[in-house]
Design a protein around this ligand. Structure first.
Ligand code: AKG
Length: 321
């Protein structure tokens, strides 16, 4: 299945699509003509940032070439250093570590307020989520593996370019066929999902393209996204807003696609038959939970017995272990 680029528009989407603007929550967009007027786009470079933040202590992630330079906060170690050293490495001027760095200065952490003087928080008709917003510095080859988030996300590109791949939330189940449990449950990096890695993927909606400096990629809630950094000295502002959207929960999916649907579709009063279906439904659910616990225990080397858990280990027993 091929991929297409996100539609280009010149205005930010807004809740309800008022004033002729694109509709927030509907589909991915590449937004032009907004960031180019902001001070961060005009002024941020190695010299000006080092002058302003040079002595700040930061803790960037260090990537591992053996792991394809993926960056997943559950997995990658951080290294404490000065902003000046981190920036020199990130901009390719002076090597500070073996491997590449990925620095996130989140809202609320030191240095963010200084940077936030150089960009506005636009009105998209939804509540701003500062705790999920930040300034991210990256370099060539870093890959944020496929995952989804629970917010309206604007990946605002201040410097350099990134390749994005986006997959529709309803394609997630298909996308994950063949993934190991640890990848499915986000305790290890997900396998590549772009055209190059999955040319024969059989799903339905995949977008792929390059996000350039001065553009914004709008990622609607729950869309699976993978992002590869294509340049050194790369700076993005991931800015997030609250959503009321949600994906089908496991129980809803079970009800629509699984055994509970067999109950609701059949006008039976046979309590034995209904009980049998409910029982099998519960076993399916527990089997999913067992897979999750097994993946978590393996990834974190925990003494957690997935079978015992699924077989009814009580919460208070767990606490006394
Ligand atoms: O830019 C990246 O490396 C990752 C972006 C991302 O995952 C996000 O904005 O949610």
């Amino acid at each position: 299945m091929s991929a297409r680029e996100a539609t280009r528009v010149a205005a930010l989407p807004v809740r309800g699509g008022r004033d002729g603007r694109p509709l927030l929550g509907e589909s991915p967009l590449l937004i032009t003509d907004v960031v180019t007027g902001w001070a961060c786009y005009r002024e941020w470079d190695l010299a000006s940032l080092t002058r302003r933040l040079g002595h700040l202590e930061v803790a960037p992630f260090v990537t591992d070439r053996a792991a394809g330079n993926t960056v997943l906060k559950q997995v990658n170690a951080t290294r404490t250093m000065s902003f000046e050293d981190a920036a020199a490495h990130l901009f390719g001027r002076r090597r500070v570590v073996d491997g590449s760095l990925y620095l996130r200065i989140g809202a609320g952490s030191d240095g963010f307020d200084e940077l936030a003087r150089d960009f506005p928080v636009p009105d998209v008709g939804a509540a701003y989520r500062p705790e999920a917003t930040g300034v991210w510095f990256s370099q060539t080859g870093n890959v944020t593996p496929g995952h989804h988030d629970w917010w309206h996300s604007f990946l605002i590109q201040v410097r350099g370019t990134k390749r994005y791949t986006l997959v529709h939330p309803l394609d997630t189940v298909n996308l994950q066929v063949g993934w190991a449990d640890r990848e499915r449950y986000d305790v290890a990096p997900a396998p590549g999902l772009g055209l190059a890695a999955r040319p024969d993927w059989s799903g339905e909606v995949r977008y792929e393209g390059v996000l350039s400096a001065g553009e914004i990629l709008y990622i609607p809630p729950f869309w699976v996204h993978e992002v590869e950094t294509l340049t050194d000295g790369n700076i993005s502002l991931p800015m997030r807003f609250a959503t009321t959207q949600s994906v089908a929960s496991d129980l809803h999916q079970l009800s629509q696609n699984g055994l509970l649907r067999d109950v609701t579709n059949r006008p039976t009063r046979d309590v034995g038959a209904i009980t049998e279906l409910l029982w099998r439904n519960r076993q399916e659910f527990l089997a999913r939970e067992r897979d999750f616990v097994r993946a978590l225990a393996a990834a974190r080397e925990l003494d957690l017995d997935a079978d015992r858990w699924a077989d009814g280990l009580r919460h208070d027993e767990g606490e006394s272990r």
